[in-house]
Design a protein around this ligand. Sequence first.
Ligand SMILES: NC(=O)c1ccc[n+]([C@@H]2O[C@H](COP(=O)([O-])OP(=O)(O)OC[C@H]3O[C@@H](n4cnc5c(N)ncnc54)[C@H](OP(=O)(O)O)[C@@H]3O)[C@@H](O)[C@H]2O)c1
Length: 255
Amino acid sequence: MAAMGVLDDRVALVTGSSRGIGAAIAVTFARAGARVVLHGRDESALAEVRARIADLGGEAVSVTGDVTSAADLEHIRERVLDHYGHVDVLVANAGSSDSRPAPIEDITEESWRADIDRNLTGTFLTVKTFLPGMKQRRSGTVITLSSAAGRKPSERTIVAYAAAKAGVQVFTQDLAAQVGPYGIRANCLAPETILTETNRRWIPAEVQSTLAEAHPLRRLGTPEDVARAALFLASDDSSWITGVIVDVAGGAVLV
Ligand SMILES: NC(=O)c1ccc[n+]([C@@H]2O[C@H](COP(=O)([O-])OP(=O)(O)OC[C@H]3O[C@@H](n4cnc5c(N)ncnc54)[C@H](OP(=O)(O)O)[C@@H]3O)[C@@H](O)[C@H]2O)c1
């Protein structure tokens, strides 16, 4: 582990860090010196990420729970306080969708509510749970995860997921305005398609190539691309930046 990391002495909780983008953020933060709290629901996947961090000489513990449940989040908060006493960097990354693009009249109320819950309500509950501690300490940084889907419509858009992710952007900007006077910053990352293990498995190779061609930088993003942007927003290098939406998208979203 580097002797002088930009997150030395910071405690970072990364929700949804059992795999994908969250795992890359957690490993990157640990490399930068943070003590990391991993989170997810899959204990064995969490153990793998914990082992990767331990191999790097870093420090991580893990907690489990559903971010759509206020009770689970309260339990997570108690565990984190027991371990580390506070959180300096909160990354509300957990989110997903099982839905498919569909005409609005064909979207069931159940799937609409599930997408809003997992992505928008989960982000709200996560921030609500940890914000009082940050305000009390008058310091902290929050990073939320939106998506290119929430920046502009496309034929691949899952409308409820996109609406939830657009909601995450406005939520983050409102949060930034509210907590700035407490010395707390809040910013939002909006990735285009990222080659996570899940996307590598589910997006056929020829579709990956077509998608890559639609990016000015002619490739798809990696979890590490997002993690490096998260590291910048988590560190003091971005101390004058709050309330922004960062398109981590290889130029695919030019708004
Ligand atoms: N990958 C992309 O192309 C892309 C693009 C734009 C935005 N994003 C956003 O980036 C974030 C990470 O995406 P990803 O692709 O890395 O996802 P992923 O590989 O599917 O991993 C999702 C992570 O979130 C956790 N999670 C999901 N729902 C949860 C819930 N209700 N309660 C607790 N944990 C939950 C999962 O935990 P378990 O697996 O342990 O249950 C897992 O750790 C998400 O917010 C996603 O919407 C992704």
